[in-house]
Write a protein that binds this ligand. Structure first.
Ligand SMILES: Nc1nc2c(c(=O)[nH]1)N[C@H]1C(S)=C(S)[C@@H](COP(=O)(O)O)O[C@H]1N2
Ligand SMILES: [Mo]
Length: 431
């Protein structure tokens, strides 16, 4: 396993890293791309300057638009939007998904962070909102937003993933869907707020307390039990998302953030934390968000999201325009820590090459990976497989279905496969 790269040097260049055209992840750093394509960079994607001389465009001939109170993306990017799925007759209930096929880097812009709400987005007046810590504490405390905002703050970059993300992979036949529909219930932001451990110390936790109940101020009154150890470890009462106040859909004016844990536990519109001896067994944690086992039983409480990687480009909807050099890119994450390795396959999992991980590689954050690929123009099946710092390796779909049975819903982290056809179209398949 140490050296997974099979050198298939049939073309004579030493840059082939795995079957069906996968190239060495250091290719561009070494300047070796000259060997695989035309021109100095080797990419050969540009036109000769003589064929296409620069002209002076309309937008250069007159002054542009004035400044804007709150900037918006270019009007040419109108397709880059979340797509919502709602149960019939239930506005605000359901989810909208991040269009990862159009994004790069590791941070999800706030307007594109996925949304999952059980009873719509409450219109909370920040001045009237109160947050209570009570139960097994010496001093029950009530916070206004203003008071909370005066505490020392910390920032961290963390992904948030709904436990239902990827659940379509449990379907018998591969869904005709792309990365947004299949894996769009994960996003990553820089969250800033007050460490929950600090507030718990201020309230004085009774030694009998082992759990807490977190409850939202939405009409769903969504609530979950959280082990005290997690609350003390890295839980945040988040007030800011990527530098600005949390968006209404994501929990304005404050939310619980439990890095690496299933999204449902990061209670939005947080109004109450109650310290308890044992889990409260709320509706939201007994009816859903657990793992159905092969024998029909349900494993109670699976909190961290296991490691997953997914190729975002190319992916369905982004057709390849002719054979040649491409960069395969995608996202990987683990609720157990840092991503240690992402391997990419172009032949449906027969051979694998290690991808380059873009810095920074952070614990419980999305990690961007990249790998050069020379597409021959023939059929290919692209996959990515994550390994996290605990040594855990992401399973194939077949392995996960065998383990869980076909009725699984939550915590699917199986490998996603994209087939590339000779005409360049990309399609979701089971490999
Ligand atoms: N109060 C409250 N908190 C909530 C929810 C909710 O409906 N109400 N949805 C949960 C679910 S299922 C998920 S996956 C995450 C989604 O967070 P986001 O909408 O910011 O992406 O919030 C969780 N917190
Ligand atoms: Mo969720």
């Amino acid at each position: 396993m140490a050296e997974q790269r099979t050198r298939l040097s049939t073309t004579g260049d030493g840059d082939v890293a795995a079957g069906n055209g996968l190239l060495d992840r250091r290719l561009f750093l070494r300047g070796g791309a000259a060997a695989v394509g035309g021109g100095v960079s080797g990419l050969g994607l540009s036109a000769p300057a003589a064929a296409e001389p620069l002209t002076v465009a309309e937008w250069t001939k007159e002054p542009g638009a004035p400044f804007d109170g709150y900037g918006q993306p270019s009007r040419h990017e109108a397709k880059v939007v979340r797509v919502a799925t709602n149960p019939p007759n239930a506005p605000g209930t359901g989810a909208s998904r991040t269009p990862h096929q159009f994004l790069s880097g590791m941070i999800t812009p706030n307007g594109l962070h996925f949304e999952r709400s059980h009873s719509g987005i409450p219109d909370i007046d920040p001045a009237a909102h109160r947050f209570l810590i009570h139960g097994l504490v010496k001093r029950p405390l009530v916070f206004t937003l203003e008071a909370l905002a005066r505490y020392p703050m910390t920032s961290r970059i963390a992904f948030l993933e709904c436990a239902g993300n990827g659940q379509l992979l449990f379907a018998k036949e591969p869904a005709a869907a792309g990365v947004q529909a299949l894996q769009g219930l994960v996003s990553c932001a820089e969250w800033t707020g007050v460490s929950l451990a600090l507030l718990l110390d201020e309230a004085g936790v009774d030694p009998k307390a082992q759990w807490l109940l977190a409850e939202g101020a939405d009409a769903a009154g969504m609530s979950r039990s959280v082990p005290l150890a997690k609350a003390r470890d890295d839980a945040l009462i988040a007030l800011y998302q990527n530098g600005e106040r949390i968006r209404p859909a994501n929990g304005y004016p404050m939310r619980l953030l439990l890095p690496g844990y299933q999204g449902n536990m990061s209670v939005k519109w947080l109004r109450r934390i109650k310290l308890t001896e044992s889990p409260t067994m709320t509706r939201d944690e007994t009816s859903r968000y657990s793992v159905l086992l092969q024998d029909g039983r349900v494993a109670q409480f699976k909190f961290p999201m296991d490691a997953k990687a997914v190729v975002t480009q190319p992916s369905p909807g982004l057709a390849l325009k002719g054979a040649g050099l491409y960069e395969i890119s995608g996202l990987a994450w683990s609720g157990h820590g840092k991503i240690a390795k992402v391997e990419v396959s172009a032949d449906g999992g027969q051979s694998w090459a290690p991808a380059a991980l873009s810095e920074p590689v952070l614990s419980k954050a999305l990690t961007r990976f990249r790998l050069p690929w020379r597409w021959s123009g023939g059929p290919a099946v692209l996959q990515a497989r994550a390994t996290d710092e605990t040594g855990y390796v992401q399973p194939t779909r077949a392995a996960q279905v065998a383990e869980r049975g076909a009725k699984g819903i939550f915590h699917c982290n199986a490998i996603t496969s994209w087939a590339v056809a000779a005409n360049g179209e990309v399609k979701h398949v089971y490999a």
